[in-house]
Write a protein that binds this ligand. Structure first.
Ligand code: KIV
Length: 545
């Protein structure tokens, strides 16, 4: 059955939940503009359904779902709810301008959820689920039901619930392995059991959402497909609650690479996979592990002599996917300070970046500064520069103009910073610390005075070589509540050939994000206009009732 005109017998619908489950990764909070940018990219790449958020969870999430509903035209836009009328009202309102709205409602089906989380009985939980579907149907035709923790549920009870919610009008039934507990064989058998034992199953699409608790999410999703699932729930780079979700790139490329095995495909333009992976990694400040399938830095790198020799003779000796097919840019070094604006624009366009004039000029001057120090600038340097200069989707309240550091094994690390405040005044201050980064952060704190705790700091060279650009990623936790969330986490990143400068930029990025979130929390229901940014103000799902 096809509720949205997006599937044929041979296609599997891709339901992307990067903006909902993915954003539940600690510290990944995205503001509305960042979410919209990701949604536009997902639409352009041919994803079928975008789960844009959980509208009742915060004003920021509501606004994100509403904004995405108003702009995205070629995908189903979906909002999550608990099996609760207030939640459904909020989702219906947020989705009301969507071209193809979907409400995603449901509740637990495992005994552990029913007893300990919901405090009810199997019959009570089923009745609540049926009521939620019927209520959601008053607002939208397309209602998806999630049977939370199905991976640990009694299959016979699951069949009964699914039959009842399909009777109530569910168009898609989502069978999640919420904790990532099932093995591929078990999960395949579960989906087969649903196909064989739910009498009205032909009236709904079977969806699977597998978490990666034991590292089996992709395998489980694919066995789900082999056994009859026709919607896969995924996130870009596999981000999400705990160990994350099934990753979009792995499932899409497995189906594309092995038609002999799966016999079904998706509508995704795979050449957009690498750019969207970079974008999500940069906006969430969640790095992609180098050995990550499809999108990791080493996914197409051949280091041993035997492998290099083989690939040079015939690429397919060691490559099962052509890197071009997933949009991995050629890593040849092409740009230097002499390349000029035209050369830079051309390369950025090849990498999928379309920048406005103002953004381009910022990127260009950073590019010149890096090219002066490094002589040649490659793709990875450029991506780091764009992330720093052009992908900041919030207003910067404080601007770091200059830092100066003195340190050494026999001296007290000391830093002086010059910062432009929101009122335009430029102030200078200094402090010392246990090391140069600590000294810089203390000096910045003296000027900005935003109480926070640094909870994560990591540094990575984006390219090889002693002159590499260093990329710093940090997370800070607000000491005072932001938008009702007591300990909200904000991430920041910064790139520079000088790692102390990169560290300072990352810290300023995170603090400005925190300040923007605090400012926007004071005007939560403001309409979304242009590039004004709003926080999501949320670090996870509210508890079920
Ligand atoms: O994993 C899960 O069960 C979920 C549901 C809330 C859809 O994310």
């Amino acid at each position: 059955m096809d509720v949205s005109g997006m599937m044929t017998e041979d296609t599997v619908a891709v339901f992307d939940t990067t903006l909902r489950d993915g954003e539940q990764s600690p510290g990944a909070a995205l503001n509305v503009d960042e979410k919209l940018e990701i949604a536009r990219t997902l639409e352009a790449m041919g994803v079928d359904v975008i789960e844009a958020g959980f509208p009742i969870s915060s004003p920021g999430d509501f606004l994100a779902v509403q904004t995405i509903s108003r702009e995205i035209r070629n995908c189903v836009v979906c909002g999550l709810t608990r099996a609760d009328r207030d939640d459904i009202d909020a989702a219906a309102e947020a989705l009301k301008d969507a071209a193809r709205p979907r409400i995603h409602t449901g509740l637990g089906v495992s005994d552990v959820h029913i007893k300990h989380k919901l405090g009810t009985t199997r019959e009570g939980a089923m009745a609540r689920g049926v009521d939620a579907v019927k209520y959601a149907k008053r607002f939208v035709e397309d209602v998806q039901y999630y049977a939370e923790d199905a991976g640990r549920a009694d299959p016979v009870y699951l069949y009964r619930v699914l039959e009842a919610v399909i009777d109530a009008g569910a168009t898609v039934i989502n069978i999640p392995d919420t904790t990532g507990y099932a093995s591929p064989d078990e999960f395949g058998a579960l989906i087969r059991g649903v196909v064989q034992n739910v009498p009205n199953v032909d009236q709904a699409v079977i969806a699977v959402q597998c978490h990666n608790g034991l590292g089996m999410a992709t395998a489980n999703t694919l066995t789900g497909v082999l056994n009859g699932a026709r919607q896969v729930e995924v996130t870009v780079n596999g981000i999400g609650e705990r160990a994350g979700n099934t990753s979009l790139e792995e499932v899409v490329m497995a189906l594309r690479t092995r038609p002999d095995l799966f016999g079904v495909d998706t509508n995704v333009d795979t050449r957009r996979i690498y750019p969207v992976s970079r974008m999500v990694s940069q906006l969430t400040s969640i790095p992609v592990q180098p050995n990550k399938a499809i999108v990791g830095a080493n996914a197409f790198a051949h280091s041993s002599g035997i492998h290099q020799d083989g690939v040079l003779k015939e690429r397919t000796t060691y490559e099962i996917i052509n890197p071009h097919d997933v949009g991995v840019p050629e890593s040849v070094i092409v740009l230097s300070a002499r390349s000029g604006r035209h050369g830079l624009r051309h390369r950025l366009a090849e990498l999928g970046y379309t920048l406005g004039d103002e953004q381009f000029e910022k990127v260009y001057s950073r590019f010149l500064a890096v090219a002066d120090k490094k002589k040649t600038v490659d793709t990875r340097d450029l991506e780091a520069i764009v992330a720093d200069e052009a992908q900041m989707f919030f207003e910067e309240a404080y601007h770091l103009e200059q830092i100066q550091v003195s340190c050494g094994d026999k001296s007290i690390p000391t830093a002086t910073v010059r910062i432009r405040r929101p009122d335009g005044e430029v102030v200078c201050d200094a402090d010392h610390g246990t090391g140069p980064v600590d000294a810089v952060y203390r000096a910045i704190n003296r000027v900005i005075g935003e109480p926070n705790e640094l909870i994560e700091f990591s540094i990575q060279a984006v390219t090889e070589g002693i002159d590499a650009v260093g990329r710093v990623t940090i997370r800070v936790q607000a000491d005072e509540p932001v938008n009702g969330d007591k300990r909200q986490v904000f991430s920041g990143h910064g790139a520079d050939t000088d790692i102390i400068a990169a560290s300072a930029k990352a810290y300023m990025f995170a603090l400005n994000r925190l300040i923007a979130a605090r400012r926007d929390a004071r005007r939560p229901h403001q309409e979304h206009v242009g590039r004004v940014c709003h926080p999501t103000g949320r670090s996870g799902l509210p508890p079920d009732k």
